[in-house]
Write a protein that binds this ligand. Structure first.
Ligand code: SF4
Length: 298
């Protein structure tokens, strides 16, 4: 590895760190709704629009109220902004019946997987959704399949599928799922079924961020991954770096930077999940630089 302390600039930011296309689009749509709202109009966001606390706070400061599905009956109807990773169909129907007007920010890449799930609900195919059962995107996908699918998140779960070997099997995957795990699960599934159609719905933004983070990690001694604790793609990014043998810490913002991150480090890499605003990544960079200088002149 190139010796980090020979560098003048001790911090490298991954090139595409920060919001991906779908998140930018969702936040812009929400801001437009809020900016054009009438006095007294109720604007709600159903759950976290994206998994990032700073963005949720920013939208709340502009007047959005974050609610959960259980609150729909308790509040006065208004505009209801749906999050970028999708919402189950029955929740949308319930909101419409309660007279909410829907602003759907679902990312087009997530929508594509929802459409495949919907099409297969009308066919005789066996549908597998690869993803984390508790992730909101997966819950929404399952509802689009009209609950006519099996969700698996671990290779060990493949054996438990109660599918017929000679019925066509269709596979979709959570957009932010780990590529390595996906490969392992597919490797097991192909041994069990005769006719398989795999839609690799893992989003490109996830691949790009992983590739760039790896390239930054190769040039640095320690890596800081910035993003919401609930953000699946941020967590996966951190795990990816660790699995590849690099030192990586995940934080939500500069206040979580710890001194021990830098022990023995001469150069720091910073990256962020697809739902992390660039402004937070830059705040982290500034804080790291200050801490770095403080240590140097101690
Ligand atoms: S990570 Fe991909 S699928 Fe998810 S919001 Fe961003 S662009 Fe859309």
């Amino acid at each position: 590895m190139e010796k980090a302390n020979e560098r003048i600039m001790p911090v490298i930011i991954a090139e595409n760190a920060g919001f991906c296309f779908g998140v930018k689009r969702a936040v812009k749509m929400a801001e437009e709704v809020l900016d054009s709202s009438l006095a007294g109009e109720n604007i709600y966001i159903l759950g976290e629009i994206i998994h990032n606390p700073q963005t949720v706070k920013m939208l709340e400061e502009k007047g959005a109220v974050t609610i959960e599905e259980k609150d729909l009956e308790k509040v006065h109807p208004g505009k209801l902004i749906l999050r970028s990773h999708g919402v189950p169909l029955e929740v949308i129907e319930k909101a419409k019946k309660l007279n909410f007007s829907i602003v759907d920010t679902t990312c087009p890449f997530v929508k594509k997987a929802q459409i495949i799930a919907g099409q297969n609900s009308k066919l005789e195919n066996q549908l597998i959704i690869i993803g984390k059962k508790e992730h909101p995107e997966v819950k929404a996908l399952l509802s689009h399949s009209l609950y006519n699918a099996n969700v698996i998140g671990l290779v060990e779960e493949v054996k438990k599928l109660n599918f017929k070997p000679d019925v066509k099997t269709v596979i979709i995957v959570q957009t932010t799922f780990s590529g390595n795990e996906f490969k392992k699960i597919i490797g097991e599934i192909v041994l069990l079924y005769k006719e398989i159609m795999v839609y690799n719905t893992i989003c490109n933004a996830t691949y790009i961020r992983r590739k760039e983070s790896l390239s930054v990690a190769e040039k640095t001694d320690v890596n800081i991954v910035v993003g919401g604790r609930n953000s699946s793609n941020t967590r996966e990014l951190t795990n990816y770096l660790v699995e590849n043998g690099f030192k990586a810490y995940q934080i939500e913002g500069p206040e979580e930077i710890r001194e021990d991150f830098f022990n023995g480090a001469g150069c720091v890499g910073i990256t962020g999940g697809a739902s992390t605003p660039l402004s937070v990544i830059e705040d982290v960079k500034r804080t790291v630089e200050v801490r770095f200088l403080e240590r140097k002149f101690k």
